[in-house]
Design a protein around this ligand. Structure first.
Ligand code: ATR
Length: 267
C-alpha cells in the first residue's frame, strides 16, 4: 500500500479524500489510498519524520501548515519559493518536493472565461490571498487593489508586491472588473450568513469566492442577482487537486467528471 493524504488542523471539512480516492479508483490504482490527518503545529515535525515508515508518497497541505512545510522539503519549486507557501509535498526520486498548486487552481477558471479583466479587488490579506495575488499577476491584470479589515496587513502586502490598497470601509466605492473574496465571510459555520460586500455589484464583471462550502456562498448568490459571472471555490479546489494528482501519479482527471462527482456526493 502507498499512502497519500491531507494534513491540516482542523481537517474534518476537507473534500480532498473524497476527490483523490475517486481519482485513484478511476485510474485503477488498487494500491493507493488517501486519508485525512489532523495534525497540530506541535505534531507536524514528528509526523513528517515518520512518513517513510508508513510508505507515504504524497501530501496535500492545508491551514495552518502551508508555510512551515517548506523547511521540511529537500527541494522547493520556484513558485512555492516565490510565494513562500506550498500546498503539496510529493516524494520523487528519493526526495520530498514542495509545490504550490493553488495558483494554478485559482487561474484555471479565469482562463476559461473570455472576459477582459484590467482591474481587480481582493478582499482579505491572509495566507490565502497570496496565491490569488500571484495568480492575478500571472494573468497580467494591470491594477490590483487589496482591502483588509486590518489595514496594516493590506498596506504591507501592497508595499511588498506593488498593489494598491483601499480601506475596508471604502472598498464598495470601487468598481473592479473582478472581485475576489479570500476572507472566511460566507463559509459554513459561524460565517455562513455573512458577506464581505455590503453594496450592490453593478458593473462588476466577475465575482470569485474562493470558499467552497457552501456552494454558492451568499456573495455568489448576490452576484448572480446582478448578472455577474461567478466562480466558486469548488472550481479552484478541483483544479488545484487536479494538478496535485498529476504530481502524485502522472495522470490527469477530468475537471467536469470531478465536479459532477463532488456535487452529487458531497453537497
Ligand atoms: P487564510 O490563510 O485563510 O487567508 P488568515 O491568514 O487567518 O487565513 O486570513 C484570514 C483573512 O480573512 C484575513 O485577511 C482576515 O482579516 P484580518 O487581517 O483583519 O484578521 C480576514 N477576516 C477574518 N475574519 C474576518 C471578518 N469577520 N471580517 C473581515 N475580514 C475577516
Amino acid at each position: 500500500m502507498q499512502l497519500y493524504g491531507v494534513i491540516g488542523h482542523p481537517i474534518s471539512h476537507s473534500l480532498s479524500p473524497v476527490l483523490h480516492n475517486w481519482a485513484f479508483k478511476k485510474f485503477g490504482y488498487k494500491d493507493k489510498v488517501y486519508i485525512a490527518w489532523d495534525i497540530t503545529p506541535k505534531n507536524l515535525e514528528k509526523f513528517l519524520h515518520n512518513l517513510d515508515i508508513f510508505q507515504v508518497k504524497g501530501l496535500s497541505v492545508t491551514i495552518p501548515h502551508k508555510q512551515n512545510i517548506l523547511s521540511f522539503a529537500q527541494k522547493i519549486s520556484p513558485l512555492a519559493q516565490k510565494i513562500q507557501a506550498a500546498n503539496t509535498l510529493v516524494y520523487h526520486k528519493g526526495i520530498w518536493l514542495a509545490e504550490n498548486t493553488d495558483v494554478y487552481g485559482f487561474i484555471q477558471p479565469l482562463q476559461q472565461l473570455n472576459i477582459k479583466l484590467q482591474k481587480a479587488l481582493i478582499l482579505g490579506a491572509g495566507g490565502a490571498s497570496l496565491a490569488v495575488i500571484y495568480g492575478l499577476k500571472k494573468l497580467k491584470i494591470e491594477e490590483i487593489y487589496i482591502s483588509n479589515r486590518t489595514i496594516s496587513k493590506a498596506r504591507q502586502l501592497a508595499k511588498n508586491l506593488g498593489l494598491k490598497e483601499i480601506s475596508w470601509e471604502d472598498k464598495e466605492k470601487l468598481r473592479p472588473d473582478i472581485l475576489i473574496n479570500t476572507t472566511p465571510l460566507g463559509m459554513s459555520g459561524k460565517w455562513q450568513n455573512k458577506t464581505p460586500w455590503n453594496a450592490d455589484l453593478k458593473g462588476i464583471k466577475v465575482v470569485y469566492d474562493i470558499i467552497y462550502n457552501p456552494n454558492p456562498t451568499l456573495l455568489l448568490k448576490q452576484a448572480k442577482k446582478f448578472n455577474c459571472t461567478t466562480i466558486s471555490g469548488l472550481e479552484m479546489f478541483i483544479y488545484q487537486a487536479q494538478q496535485q494528482f498529476k504530481l502524485f501519479t502522472g495522470q490527469t482527471f477530468s475537471f467536469y467528471e470531478a465536479f459532477n462527482y463532488l456535487n452529487i456526493n458531497t453537497f
